[in-house]
Design a protein around this ligand. Sequence first.
Ligand SMILES: [Zn+2]
Length: 235
Amino acid sequence: MKTYERIRNYLNAFLHLFYPQICFGCGTDQLEKEMPLCDHCINELPITDFFSIDENPVEKIFWGRAPVLHAGALLFFTKDSLVQDLIAQLKYHHNKKVGILLGRLIGKEIAAAEKFNQIDLLIPIPIRSSKINSRGYNQSQVIAIGIKQVWNRPVETQVLLKKSWSNTQTKKNRSARLRQVPELFVLQNAECIRGKNILIIDDVLTTGATLEAAIVCLMTGDPASVSIAVAAYTL
Ligand SMILES: [Zn+2]
């Protein structure tokens, strides 16, 4: 991205703080209520179409690592892009509206891709409670709420929990040849997911390590299947 575009994005983000009724992408005031972006900027977002593509790059990330039925990402994430700014707004600038919008866009894509029809419930990737305290919300849960607004599935937040720092040490007594999946999560109320088709929700996918750890944990609750929907996929 060119420097002036970067500066323009920065200024728009700054203005948006004081004038939340202007578009975060282009600065227009032609905005629908509670939307961070105008229709034009929404249409310009780098949509991957992965939700309707079998064997897409997001699904391939988990091949040989974890049993994933379907997976997809809404947007391509690149450095110095509007998508990067949107994710930063959601994670570091208390801009919950961005998460709702991303969720609604995911919901529309998933509803159009019929292979997701069998999903019974949405499980957002949990974050540590200290982060919820500083951020005010779990960004993946906000995305899940956005999805639910357009594609009605229950959001389950009491099954997959993040472990506290003190007990996330990976077990050191396993064979060195086995690739270790860190035990980041703990399962409770397992009966809620037994025999169910789960859709895990996350904000950004990079290596897939966090999602892999979540899937390994969820599988101990014996779900029928696990699928994945993320807002952005890093190239
Ligand atoms: Zn705009």
